[in-house]
Design a protein around this ligand. Structure first.
Ligand code: NAP
Length: 303
């Protein structure tokens, strides 16, 4: 339980609602900043106007998945006002307060370090990334289906990278009957791809492996699909780049060659915000409980 735990939420999207709900179910005391248009009510949650005083008892500050913008703006789909994460709010936080964000930004890192506050980047955690790979892959399949006139079953798919997203994607494509070729650079990844009954290739050999490709999925956040690779793709091929912005594809050259190439960021929040929110809610609340235990606080139950 989170009885007696003070959690402040600043901004967010539909995913944040799942985190608020879960904190409310666990009996936390919740402050909502940037939620003036939110109609639903949750036990223990109060909408507040931010001022330094309200942060004085906060044990955890929860920011949106994207954190803040470079100028400190915190996006909120539930507010018609611009919210900027202010220096004096963080200054007022108790020393033990932990800041949770999906990803960090220089603005956030600088503020957290200025006030010596622990900053947790949820999307960097292996467990979150693996759970998130499920809606990401469903979104990638949706895009592939919408942008081709062939079935994925029987199609020739190339997946670049065998990280958290690449592995889920390669396995899912194989399960629905695609012919899956996976490019990686580490020997242990090539061995794992073979073990999964897929066709491995070293990234240095990419040109020969894309020649018969119907759909190329990139998960590597580095320029692994330059013009020299794109010239070897068949003209009907579709490229779906899942890697974080700016992706790993030369989009300008793909367009010039008439090859459809799509950069597809943020799929979990788009295709399955509820699931993506629940993934964050489960992890955040577990971390909040662990933080309390580490501080020697009880969970509100008398024993
Ligand atoms: P990950 O587990 O770190 O996997 C990244 C893969 O890329 C690894 O196989 C890594 O191989 C490889 N790699 C990295 N740099 C490389 C380079 N310079 N050359 C060759 N291989 C390289 O990451 P992930 O969780 O799978 O996420 C992959 C990307 O998708 C990230 O950019 C992430 O932000 C993004 N993402 C997008 C969505 C979406 O909705 N589109 C959702 C989740 C994640 P090594 O081990 O050899 O380095």
């Amino acid at each position: 339980m989170l009885t007696g735990c003070h959690v402040a939420f600043i901004g967010g999207d539909a995913r944040q609602i799942e985190v608020i709900k879960k904190c409310s179910e666990l009996d936390a005391t919740i402050l909502l900043i940037g939620f003036n248009r939110l109609e639903s009510q949750y036990p223990g949650a109060t909408k507040v106007n931010p001022s330094p005083e309200i942060f004085e008892e906060v044990d955890a500050l929860i920011l949106p998945v994207v954190g803040t913008q470079d100028d400190g703006i915190v996006e909120s789909i539930f507010s018609d006002q611009i919210i900027i994460l202010k220096d004096e709010w963080l200054e007022a936080l108790p020393d033990h307060c932990v800041i949770y964000t999906g990803m960090s930004t220089p603005y956030l890192e600088q503020l957290a370090s200025k006030y010596n506050l622990k900053l947790v980047q949820l999307l960097e955690r292996d467990d979150v990334a693996i759970y998130n790979s499920i809606p990401t892959v469903e979104g990638a399949l949706m895009m592939a289906i919408q942008n081709t006139d062939i079935t994925l079953h029987g199609s020739h798919c190339v997946v670049l990278g065998l990280g958290r997203v690449g592995m889920t994607l390669a396995r899912t494509l194989h399960a629905i009957g695609a012919k899956v070729f996976v490019g990686a650079r580490k020997k242990e990844h090539l061995a794992r791809i073979y073990e999964m009954s897929l066709t491995p290739f070293h990234l240095q050999e990419i040109k020969q492996y894309v020649q018969h490709c119907d759909i190329l999925f990139n998960t590597i956040p580095s320029k692994v699909v330059p013009a020299e690779v794109i010239v070897h793709l068949p003209s009907h091929a579709l490229i779906i780049d899942l890697a974080s912005n700016p992706g790993g594809v030369d989009f300008r050259f793909a367009e010039k060659r008439g090859i459809k190439a799509l950069l597809a960021p943020g799929l979990p929040g788009i295709v399955a915000p509820k699931t993506a929110g629940r993934i964050l809610a489960n992890v955040v609340t577990q971390l909040l409980i662990e933080e309390r235990q580490a501080r020697g606080e009880n969970d509100g139950f008398k024993r």
